[in-house]
Every structure is written in structure tokens, then in C-alpha cells.
Ligand binder design. Sequence first.
Ligand SMILES: C[S@@+](CC[C@H](N)C(=O)[O-])C[C@H]1O[C@@H](n2cnc3c(N)ncnc32)[C@H](O)[C@@H]1O
Length: 159
Amino acid sequence: MVRSSTPAVDPASGQSFSRTAVLRSKAWTLCPPSIAKAQIVFPDVGFRVGELRNLGVPGDSLAGILAWYSLIHLQPVELPAVLSEFARCIMPGGGLLLGFFEGAAVEAFPHAVTPAYYWPIDEMVQHLDAAGLETIETQTRVDPGHRPHAAIVARRTTT
Ligand SMILES: C[S@@+](CC[C@H](N)C(=O)[O-])C[C@H]1O[C@@H](n2cnc3c(N)ncnc32)[C@H](O)[C@@H]1O
């Protein structure tokens, strides 16, 4: 994802501009003031206001997507459509890195300004599979004082 000349996208970068910049990806965020600030700090990164449900790029046009805690606020019923949009945009063989809160069941909890959801790894993998995104690797971690963390590396299937 990093070395490709094809763009990668961080479609919900929020305030995490430095992570986006390290990936040399383009970034979408819901918050216009964040864009102005980010563009000053990292003028070479393309930032814009965007929406997870419609990335507004041609099909098969992205080397990869970074969705680091970007899907946690979606209503569970919204997840399949967003993953399908990711699969539409990522080129066959391209990558997706997801980070999220891991839990035994899909369950909401209060988080910052709006609720977030725990997702079981197995259910997330099933949704990825249904969208045409093949899971390559899963990781989980529980650090003292923090909610359980999960990461999934997936690849857009070629068929
Ligand atoms: C928990 S933050 C994670 C931000 C960043 N990816 C990081 O690693 O710190 C979730 C982000 O998702 C964005 N977000 C939530 N729903 C979104 C949507 N439907 N379209 C675009 N961004 C969305 C929020 O604005 C927020 O910036």
C-alpha cells in the first residue's frame, strides 16, 4: 500500500493526520476545520471532506484503504454497504487495514461524542468476506485500562 504509485485512502482520518501522511495516502474526514489544519501541516497529502458510504473515486482505483477505528461509529446495519463501497474502490489484490474494538457481541457503548460498537472478529471477517474482501491476518490485544483491540488485514479478491 505504501510504495504503490496508486493512491491509498484514509476515509475517516479525523485528527490523525500524521498517520495518514506516513502512509502517503489521501484522506477524507467529516470535519472541514480539520481539513484546513491538516493541509497546513501536511501540504503534500490530499485532504478533503468525504463520506464513508460514498468515497467518490472510480472503481478499482485504490491501492488500499486504511480504516483505523473509522467504522466504529457505524450502525451495524450500515457496515455491509460501507465494506462493499471499500471493495468497489480497492483494486483487485489491494489491501484494507481495519482497526476496531473487539467484543463477544455486536454491542454499542458510549464513546466520545457518539456511541461506538464492539465487533466480534468472526462477524467482521464474515462481513468482509461477503463484500469480496479476503482476510489475510487478524490480531487482538488487550492492554490494561483499555478496551480490547482488534486489527484485520484484508485483500480485495481478484474474482
Ligand atoms: C474514532 S475516530 C478515528 C479517526 C482516525 N481514523 C484515527 O485512527 O484516529 C472515527 C472517525 O470516523 C469519522 N466518521 C464517522 N462516521 C463517518 C462517516 N459516515 N463518513 C466519514 N467519516 C466518518 C469521524 O468523523 C471520526 O473522525
